[in-house]
Design a protein around this ligand. Structure first.
Ligand SMILES: [Fe+2]
Length: 285
């Protein structure tokens, strides 16, 4: 190297990094707002709720999905599909649209928090609400019910949290499964979903076994999660040949509103409003 070569001028590009509850966030942007402002109090509260003590990473899974990443961003903001698409959720009462729950956003409507309380199930009332829905059948049984054996570990009774942080992060609690999902874009028609499963450092042996077993519910081939990747690919295949066509169902009024129930698409509207602003698409057409 010439004598005037300055090592300091040739380092790796530094990212702006901040952390909360042990989750590290990094940005290439010099101008993006500080992390806590970006997340807002609702998201911070629920990150701190799950990341309440030191964690222990149990393992990773990577899933290649042949679809646009925004279809998955929609999926994780949609409380309605979960109990129609996921037979397992519904049948075994892990999640039903009739449960006590909420769909709320941060002030900018970028992020989405969906949560529900399984203890609010009422099989008889739910049967009536679901009518003939083919994904609702409380008569189904597992040969090995130990898969559903879990423990209540949060005092608030919340048994399901899907916290979608704009644009590409999901923090989840489904029963006793805890995980971070990252959406890594691979072009316009593919993304990778990276799952990091974790428990807490002070989990006892029984809790470790519960988490390990319940991992069968989520991830690429999970009894609950497997339909999500498939649904994304079905939608991708359906829309790709119709580039000029438009269709839109304004379910729930089509407004980015919070809801104190689980039958809404308000958070999806919030996502698209923010995406539109970021990329500069107009709403006129
Ligand atoms: Fe889903």
């Amino acid at each position: 190297m010439p004598g005037d070569f300055d090592m300091k001028q040739h380092g790796l590009r530094k990212l702006r990094a901040e952390s909360i509850g042990g989750l590290v966030f990094a940005s290439f942007s010099e101008t993006v707002e500080p992390l806590l402002d970006f997340l807002g109090p609702v998201v911070i509260e629920h990150i701190e709720r799950i990341m309440c003590k030191p964690i222990k990473v149990l393992g990773d899974q990577r899933q290649h999905v042949h679809g646009n990443w925004k279809l998955y961003a929609e999926n994780t903001r949609d409380p309605y599909h979960a109990s129609l698409l996921h037979l397992f959720h519904n049948t075994f009462g892990l999640y039903r649209s009739t449960q006590t729950g909420k769909s709320v956003m941060d002030a900018n409507k970028r992020h989405s928090l969906l949560y529900s309380i399984a203890a609010s199930n009422d099989d008889a009332a739910d049967k009536q609400a679901y009518g003939d829905s083919r994904t609702f059948n409380t008569e189904f049984k597992l040969q090995d019910m130990s898969l559903l054996k879990g423990r209540q570990e949060f005092d608030d009774g919340i048994t399901l949290v899907i916290l979608a942080v704009f644009p590409n992060l999901v923090l989840q609690q489904i029963q006793n499964t805890l995980a971070v999902r990252q959406i890594v874009t691979k072009g316009t028609d593919a993304f990778e979903l990276v799952w990091t499963h974790f428990g807490y450092a002070d989990d006892d042996a029984e809790m470790q076994a519960i988490r390990q077993k319940q991992t069968n519910l989520i991830g690429p081939a999970g009894l609950i999660s497997m339909e999500d990747g498939e649904a994304v690919e079905i939608v991708q295949r359906a829309v790709i040949g119709e580039m000029q066509a438009k269709s839109y169902i304004a379910m729930g009024g089509g407004r980015a509103d919070d809801a104190d129930h689980l039958v809404t698409e308000g958070s999806i509207v919030g996502f698209w409003e923010n995406y539109e602003k970021l990329v500069g698409y107009g709403t006129a057409s």
